[in-house]
Ligand binder design. Structure first.
Ligand SMILES: [Zn+2]
Length: 388
């Protein structure tokens, strides 16, 4: 090797080393940013209190309206007539609602005539309600859903994931309303999990089938009555074991007792927001610090729910790092029937819905199926049961 060749080799080695150093520095820079949670961008989600149990939830792209369409003064906390007319007639900002959710068949939660007017003025809107409410309506805007009490069903409507929980209506308010078909809704919007509980009974027994504690509920919208047996007193521990107290937003206030209820809620749920005035709104923003706290420590794949299922089921998984994710479904013969996901995703909690169809879009037959997640060298499988 002559001097010239030695120099070329040295220069080549130095170049390679320099390149590696730059690469290492760049990699370190990236991983530091990811640990800080600074690279995650999340949409803000705004919750606007309308009246009674009614809210408008928006992430800037999608809008969900819950228990808010009336044509009469409900006697609770009333929206002004001009705003109520905008909702009924589907005028801005209520002109492009993706999803209308109604919890149950009580007149202070919806009015059939007003809902019909809203739907006819808003062709894209879909409506989910318990059967006694849905029976008031017809047409393709109505989503037929009927989980048994204590059961839930997950589905995606107009791009919004929603889990419908059939819960018992409160029966500790002086009257026994336990026969009412009452739906709670876990709405996934803007990367947030928002639970709306309508007039739900807050006992452990009512919640126990749903595993709410595992569902990372960002905010729970709950009624706050002044009745002594309601969640405000005897059942608050049941609720706190399911949902972080700071993630509770209270609404549905009796107009005559706002001050005393606000004091009670403040002491029981420090950090909770209390809606007291129609059109009051709260914007949920995730800070970089809380992103880091929410980052899972390891890969994991959850058990699908509901299971057994029909027509849809939700599969949740956690990614500690930004990753390429493959999620596939196999039959018991080991044949792959569906690739649900094959894409890179950011670190955090994720979920995907399977609607019981194969890659050709055909509904599969009843039976046991296996779902498998593959993230780099990590794989995990679980079984699930589809019932036709
Ligand atoms: Zn009710």
């Amino acid at each position: 090797m002559c001097f010239k060749e030695v120099m070329i080799v040295k220069i080549f080695r130095m170049t390679v080393l320099l390149f590696c150093a730059i690469l290492l520095a760049a990699t370190r820079g990236n991983s530091k940013n990811m640990m800080d949670g600074e690279t995650q961008s999340q949409n803000d989600v705004t919750i606007t209190y309308l009246q009674n149990d009614g809210v408008l939830i928006s992430d800037g792209t999608h809008k969900v309206l819950i228990d808010a369409i009336f044509n009469f003064a409900s006697g609770w906390i009333n929206l002004n007539a001009a705003e109520a007319a905008k909702i009924i007639n589907a005028q801005a900002p209520y002109d492009d609602i993706d999803l209308v959710l109604i919890t149950h068949n009580h007149g202070d939660h919806y009015s059939p005539g007003a809902v019909n007017t809203h739907l006819s003025n808003n062709a894209n809107t879909k409506l989910i309600a318990p059967p006694p409410v849905a029976a008031n309506f017809s047409g393709t805007q109505i989503v037929n859903i009927n989980p048994a009490r204590g059961q839930s069903q997950a589905l995606t409507v107009n791009g919004i994931e929603v889990e419908v929980l059939h819960l018992r209506h409160f029966d500790a308010f002086g009257n026994d309303f336990s026969g009412v078909q009452n739906f709670g809704y876990l709405v996934k919007i803007g990367g947030k999990n928002i639970l709306h509980l309508g007039d739900v009974d807050m006992t452990v027994q009512n919640f126990q089938n749903f595993g709410l504690a595992q569902k990372d509920i960002d905010f729970a919208l709950i009624p706050t009555f002044n009745a002594p047996a309601h969640f405000m007193t005897s059942h608050r521990d049941a609720l706190n074991s399911q949902i972080q107290p700071a993630n509770i937003i209270a609404l549905h206030l009796l107009s005559g007792s706002i001050t005393s209820i606000r004091q009670q809620v403040n002491s029981l749920y420090p950090g909770a927001t209390i809606f007291t005035t129609p059109l009051q709104s709260v914007t949920i923003t995730v800070t970089s610090v809380s992103n880091e706290e929410q980052r899972p420590e390891r890969f994991s794949l959850g058990q699908n729910y509901p299971n057994p299922f029909n027509p849809t089921t939700t599969i949740e998984y956690e990614l500690p790092l930004d990753s390429q994710v493959m999620l596939q479904i196999y039959n018991l013969l080991g044949q792959r029937i569906r690739t649900l996901l094959n894409q890179s995703q950011s670190a955090g909690m994720h979920s995907v819905v399977w609607e019981g169809r194969n890659d050709l879009g055909q509904t599969v037959s009843s039976g046991i199926y296996i779902y498998k997640i593959q993230v780099g060298s990590f794989t995990e499988t679980h079984k699930m049961v589809f019932l036709q």
